[in-house]
Design a protein around this ligand. Sequence first.
Ligand code: 5CA
Length: 445
Amino acid sequence: MRLTRYFLPVLRETPSEAQIVSHRYMLRAGMIKQASAGIYSWLPLGYKVLRRIEQIVHEEQVRAGHIPMLMPTLQSADLWRESGRYDDYGQEMLRVSDRHGRDMLYGPTNEELITDIFRSHVSSYKDLPLTLYHIQWKFRDEIRPRFGVMRGREFLMKDGYNFDLTKDDALHAYNRHLVSYLRTYERMGLQAIPMRADGGPIGGDYTHEFLVLADTGESEVFYDAEITDLKFGDRAIDYDSVEACQAVLEEFTSRYARTDETHDEAVFAEVPEARRRVARGIEVGQIFYFGTKYSEAMGATVQGPDGAQVPVHMGSHGIGVSRLLGAIIEANHDENGIIWPEGVTPFHCGIVNLKQGDDDADAACESLYQALVGKGLEPLYDDRNERAGGKFATMDLIGLPWRITVGPRGLKNGVVELTSRRTGESEELPPEAAVAKVAAIYEGR
Ligand code: 5CA
């Protein structure tokens, strides 16, 4: 993409309404624009990152054996009356009626809709296990939408639902989700710690939230510092193996880590004092096992091996896809702007032409651009007639992990400059070597 042909409405001033750094940078980098309280338009740069995050979520869900689909945003109130949640959900639910006076709602989550699909089409245990998921916009009329996409009213969520014959099978589905979430967040450059939490309006008392530690997080968390040393990494995992998934769950949840809702001072006191941490975190996902809560209320039964009808065991599993942008920026920035992890960056590499209009510099930038595209990468070429300082400031703000700077002086010596956004370190290289190095960094991503 050439910057002169792109839509990147960067702001010079820091918007006064933004209280935390991720919100400020998302507005300043022209990623989002507020449409009304807690509701945002996703401008091209923000939309690009959102799509990258979605893609990682999809890939890891499919890898775990979960099946993608899509349900609507608007739902009929009748299903929610069956589960009893139409009244329980309260003012967070946006209720509307259609021209015939039928009660509808903008889905805050989808347990009812998916259970209705399940009961319409599945009648035998032989069709289990089954996990379906989608990535769809949700609406919760939050009392205090704030911090930009972090606590929105309209937000993008991945929500998945497992259907199993027995509790043990459903717990395996729970563990599979835990493993796939660890992989998902790590691919985005985040450490998200599973912590014992509360079921809230979804229900069930077996649930973990995934928290990214950050001072600006809304949740208070209590944990054993040892847990921050754990990494899933790129180890192979067989998602069909009950033992393998259970072992990961045990590894990642055996140390004390709880949100304030489930915190227990007496148990926490057993953690050696030097390792006890009280901090804040951003909840980027939550997994639930809630048994037969919805299947019993809504008659989602299957014929078991002995011929009897039994309600299925279920759980639901959410990832805050749009919230993740905020969380990633909170964890990856400096005073000049965002520092995207390579896994989610909107463009792989920036190209800064120090002397636009200089024949040699223009030609070198063009050929770098083509060479990067030829390697399957997406560069962002700042081809504006701007001072170098302005171009660097924009690149720093939008946070591309790598920048190639091209100027007449370097070209005389046959080199361009490759700079890491994260470390600030630069090296001079022949253009082909710079392209090869950037391509190698992204190989396999
Ligand atoms: N049905 C279950 C799991 S699919 C569910 O709705 N879980 S949830 O309530 O925990 O939401 C899942 C994730 O959505 C949360 O972990 C959080 O990351 C994200 N989320 C929840 N509320 C908001 C909000 N107001 N703004 C942005 N993201 C949100």
